[in-house]
Design a protein around this ligand. Structure first.
Ligand code: XBP
Ligand code: MG
Length: 240
């Protein structure tokens, strides 16, 4: 039976994943479809603080071009160009409330891992591969998501976890991936990154890492032609 070029390419990427010395995973949109919970948490925080803001899906999709919740709030505030925009301390407090709301939403309802993620983690463990997380969100949000999805001992599965506020510049800057590589003491060429957004793709690529894209709800119409591959989910790429 002759394989199609597409099947051959999937097999090639599957082999690259299996041979990588470390797998570095994004969180939001990659490990789980979390952005609707983030959007709800933002809107709940706006109500709690008396702001007449409400982010619908269309507005949020546009705002997701800005990584980082605090940066996203600031970008929206400036877009409105109203007098008396929010100060940095006010944005920080609003984002603190949002994060508490998000943690509560995830802890009470959970947000399941995307298809193929648990299998990828399991096969990496069987191969003795090192695992890391490179994300723009916060440690609190990572812990809330993975405590439910993987159990309280989730952190033991990842050698390195670098979050948004750990670095000077958030994605698409390469900072978070460069920090992970430094902590792993590995070159980017020996690793594979798993992402869902253009900002994440550029961040990992600028750190010299090959990127597997798993298309997510908010970024499924983006052009990822420069990625190693762009799949709907990881099930087709996992050897278990
Ligand atoms: C996605 C982001 C984050 C989340 C909101 O991060 O850009 O800002 O949208 O989380 P990832 P915060 O790199 O995991 O895709 O409010 O904590 O920023
Ligand atoms: Mg993401």
């Amino acid at each position: 039976m002759t394989l199609s070029p597409a099947d051959l390419h999937v097999g090639h990427v599957r082999d690259r994943i299996a041979c990588a010395r470390a797998l570095i995973l994004d969180v939001d949109g990659t490990l789980a479809e979390t952005e609707e919970a983030h959007r709800q948490a933002f809107n709940e925080a706006f109500v709690q603080t008396g702001l007449d803001w409400c982010w619908g899906r269309t507005v949020y999709k546009d705002l997701l071009r800005v990584t980082g919740g605090k940066e996203r709030i600031r970008a929206f505030d400036r877009m409105r160009q109203t007098l008396g925009s929010l100060s940095d301390p006010e944005i920080a407090e609003l984002h603190r409330i949002k994060t508490a709301r998000y943690v509560n939403l995830i802890a009470s309802g959970g947000c399941p891992l995307r298809p193929g993620v648990a299998e990828l983690l399991a096969s990496a463990k069987m191969r003795g591969q090192r695992l890391a997380i490179a994300t723009t969100t916060s440690h609190a949000n990572i812990d809330a998501l993975l405590s439910v999805a993987l159990g309280q001992d989730w952190a033991g599965r990842f050698e390195v976890v670098v979050a948004g506020d750990d670095v000077a510049h958030k994605k698409p800057a390469p900072d978070v991936y460069l920090d992970v590589l430094a902590k792993l003491a590995l070159p980017g060429a020996d690793c594979i990154a798993f992402e869902d957004s253009c900002n994440g793709f550029f961040s990992a690529s600028r750190a010299g890492i090959g990127v597997v894209i798993t298309r997510s709800v908010y970024f499924n119409d983006e052009d990822f032609s420069e990625a190693l591959i762009a799949v709907d989910d990881l099930t087709e790429l996992v050897n278990v």
